[in-house]
Design a protein around this ligand. Sequence first.
Ligand SMILES: C[S@@+](CC[C@H](N)C(=O)[O-])C[C@H]1O[C@@H](n2cnc3c(N)ncnc32)[C@H](O)[C@@H]1O
Length: 220
Amino acid sequence: MSGLANLQKRFFAWGMSRANDADSDGVKLKDCDDHESLGELKAALLNSVQGRVVEIGPGAGASFAYLPKDIQWIGIEPNPYMHRYLQEEARKQGIESVEVYEGMAEKLPLIDESVDTVVGIHVLCSVGDVQEALGEIRRVLKPGGVFVFLEHIADQRGSWNRRLQDAIAPVWKGLFDNCHPHRETDQVLQAQGFERVDEEYFRLSFPNYSPHVAGVARKS
Ligand SMILES: C[S@@+](CC[C@H](N)C(=O)[O-])C[C@H]1O[C@@H](n2cnc3c(N)ncnc32)[C@H](O)[C@@H]1O
């Protein structure tokens, strides 16, 4: 990794750790029937997960505030500068069983059918290969296990917002650690062979990040 890329990773990790203190209840959702704020939605998605829980791309640990304290949490985070913040945030939020690995969602360092839940929040926008990552998630989930997801996605083809997403993508990826503003992650997820996908579409109030999908995909 070049010196600049290293510095970028360090800065990104520091920024994510600062964001842990942001108030997700203050981020309001549009076009969402069941939840008013991002905080409320995250709580609904995460507060009943149990057992062995793997989180891909956990960043600096923004999800810890919403997860039950008694889970066995395993984080797969490629940015090593996040790891210290993850441990600190887990301690702050009272989650005791924490293991962090420097790895990628596309090649999970876990054996087949060994995990109850996989969590992915704002991460499939950044992985190198979404299909490969979803294939790995299905591989490590036990039968009946669930993938809990929350992602920003591409707007409808032909819309002005989609044109904007397509136009800014090359610069955006460089600035924000390979984040693709225009990925059709929901379509890929639907085609991945999960037994059932319960999902909800909604919007946040800033433009290119606006369209989102969140939900639970169950492995048969
Ligand atoms: C936008 S951040 C989101 C962090 C966290 N999930 C949150 O909600 O605050 C994206 C995270 O995905 C991680 N990431 C990027 N590529 C990845 C990959 N291939 N596998 C796993 N994590 C990845 C980044 O290092 C970063 O921590």
